[in-house]
Design a protein around this ligand. Structure first.
Ligand SMILES: NC(=O)C1=CN([C@@H]2O[C@H](COP(=O)(O)OP(=O)(O)OC[C@H]3O[C@@H](n4cnc5c(N)ncnc54)[C@H](O)[C@@H]3O)[C@@H](O)[C@H]2O)C=CC1
Ligand SMILES: O=C(O)[C@@H]1CCC=N1
Length: 271
């Protein structure tokens, strides 16, 4: 089976790298295209045998399963280009939250999967959020999830929860890195600790915390309880954060959902 990638920007190239490094795919299994062809060529220079197509049409003509890795506003151009040569036997995997399965089904005759990856997949961890159109057969779903399992934990979610699941799984790494950055900056400002040491400590801490919350079998509440001795320093810090951050995460969810609605409307208006 030939796998295509239309769009080799940040997420497209992360997926290609991860599939190759994990052994899920060989470079020769894939055909890729990108608006700026040099970006695709740079990937091919890194992975001998990876074929760069001259156009998105060429990818569609050569592949059975095609990942669409472009931004919402770029869907219109791609769909217009490929719709007349798309086949109902082909599987399109769209990685964009703000493009609905029902719209992709309206625009293309193909079987449609919506899979939201995460930057964590680069190091073969984190989830991939999986949603499928009714056109997908059991064996199509198996092909996709077998592939994704090399680089992630594929989790089936209801499309109605795409936004909040992506907030946690895909935006989450950036949000957590932001918190870490603020923590490190404050540590440097208040104590004079070196950035290098503070960053190393913070990164190791987040890695270990992630392990405790997955293979370690702890949930976030238990973890907090285990670290905070009643009346101790952690408890004091947690209590301060409870007051300072009250409402912030509600606001965060409002913000991401408002932006999502805006993008959904924009995509719809383009067609
Ligand atoms: N970056 C991330 O962590 C994640 C991104 N996504 C989704 O992936 C999608 C792509 O995001 P990024 O890779 O971050 O964006 P990006 O801007 O880095 O990559 C998009 C690529 O598409 C190419 N492109 C644009 N129009 C094209 C066309 N007509 N034909 C072929 N190629 C074209 C661009 O040249 C660019 O290389 C977005 O919808 C985003 O929401 C999903 C999960 C995580
Ligand atoms: O739009 C999304 O849901 C994804 C999450 C990170 C970037 N884009």
């Amino acid at each position: 089976m030939k796998i295509g990638f239309i769009g080799t920007g940040s997420m497209g190239s992360i997926l290609i790298d991860a599939f190759i490094h994990s052994g899920a795919l060989l470079p020769t299994d894939m055909v890729i295209s990108n608006r700026t062809i040099d970006k695709a060529k740079q990937l091919a220079d890194k992975h001998t045998g990876l074929e760069v197509a001259k156009s998105n049409i060429e990818v569609m003509l050569k592949c059975d399963l095609i990942f669409l890795c472009v931004k919402p506003k770029e869907y219109k151009n791609v769909i217009d280009e490929i719709r007349t040569i798309s086949l109902d036997s082909q599987i399109i995997v769209s990685i964009t939250s703000a493009v609905l399965i029902e719209h992709l089904e309206e625009w293309l005759p193909c079987k449609i999967a919506k899979v939201i990856p995460s930057i964590t997949n680069y190091v073969r961890s984190g989830a991939t959020l999986c949603m499928y159109s009714e056109r997908m057969l059991e064996e199509d779903v198996r092909v996709i999830e077998d592939l994704l399992a090399y680089i992630s934990k594929p989790l089936r979610v209801d499309e109605a929860y795409t936004r909040i699941c992506s907030d946690i799984s895909s935006c989450g790494p950036a949000f957590m890195a932001f918190f870490l950055q603020k923590f490190i900056d404050a540590a440097i400002l208040k104590t004079g600790i070196s950035r290098e040491l503070a960053t190393e400590l913070a990164s190791e801490m987040l890695y270990g915390t992630g392990m405790l919350l997955t293979s370690g079998g702890m949930d976030p509440t238990t973890l907090q309880q285990k670290v905070s001795v009643p009346g101790g320093i952690t408890a004091e810090g947690l209590s301060m954060m409870e007051n300072e951050l009250d409402g912030m995460f509600i606001e965060l969810v409002h913000t991401t959902h408002a932006k999502y609605e805006e993008e959904l409307a924009k995509v719809k208006s383009l067609f």
